[in-house]
Design a protein around this ligand. Sequence first.
Ligand code: HEC
Ligand code: HEC
Length: 249
Amino acid sequence: MVRLKSTFTSIIAAVAILLIPAAVAKDQQMLALANASGCFICHKVAPDSKSDDLPLAPSYQEIALRYKDDSSAFTRLLDRVLHGTVYQDQAWGGEIGMRFMPPNVNISREDASALVHWILELEIDPVLAEKLILHDRMLALSTVSGCSICHRIDPVKESRVIPLAPSFREVAAHYKDRPESRERLLESILQGTQGNQKVWQNVNMQFMPPNVALKREDAVELVNWVMSLDTKGVPVRMDPPAGVRSSSK
Ligand code: HEC
Ligand code: HEC
């Protein structure tokens, strides 16, 4: 992985210019193995930007990108592929539709090991890589800034659950045709929403407290990121769920 890290950019460049025949043959072989092992029931090689739904599982390019600097990834991922992730931490929560990967019982350790090697060394489209790196960085920023205590990226699916705060995709969907609202969102985040007219009637909290420890430039980045989130198929429910009053007004 160290080698991969130091030559990461040059690998991308080299592969883009001349498609090395050996690499292509290896790809064909691994694609066939993954297919025969049922991996593609849930996974894709590259993320599918055309789909409306959250993917079932992370794409192999996203996995390669996430672990490219992580020298202990191979052993851990091999174990997760063989035994599944049911009783383990969720590595992709919020980004995919499934809670866990079931154990892959029909694959030999040797084949699984070849697949994990191949996945971790997949070359990644630089444009995609940049987008995914930004997304990961913003997820981390929203976690350290405490946003994820109240906000989720994706709307809750269960209609009886009232979330604490609107999910970021719902915020993006609600404001997407109003680019001028970025300034307002920025002020909401920095100063809180107490005293503003209540926008989100469908959430449990009355208002967002000011995020006092957040730097203005980080807040700007967070707003831009929230507004760039995919909103295809995201329902915007601003009203309280039937039979429930979320506000004490
Ligand atoms: C039934 C659906 C399903 C199948 C079949 C499946 N996976 Fe997964 N896989 C998932 C899900 C869901 C995750 C994300 C788990 C998480 O968030 O921790 C995942 C995660 C992974 C990861 C990353 C694990 C991590 O910790 O980040 C690898 C590598 C992987 N799968 C490889 C494979 C391979 C190879 C196969 C075929 C042998 C396969 N998967 C079959 C659903 C599946
Ligand atoms: C303590 C819980 C809490 C925390 C922490 C929190 N929020 Fe909020 N946020 C809310 C609630 C509740 C609302 C809905 C407010 C309303 O309807 O007045 C909201 C609304 C928003 C909105 C939409 C505002 C609008 O005017 O429609 C954005 C954007 C937002 N939050 C981003 C963030 C970001 C970024 C962070 C982290 C820096 C963060 N929030 C931290 C609870 C929280």
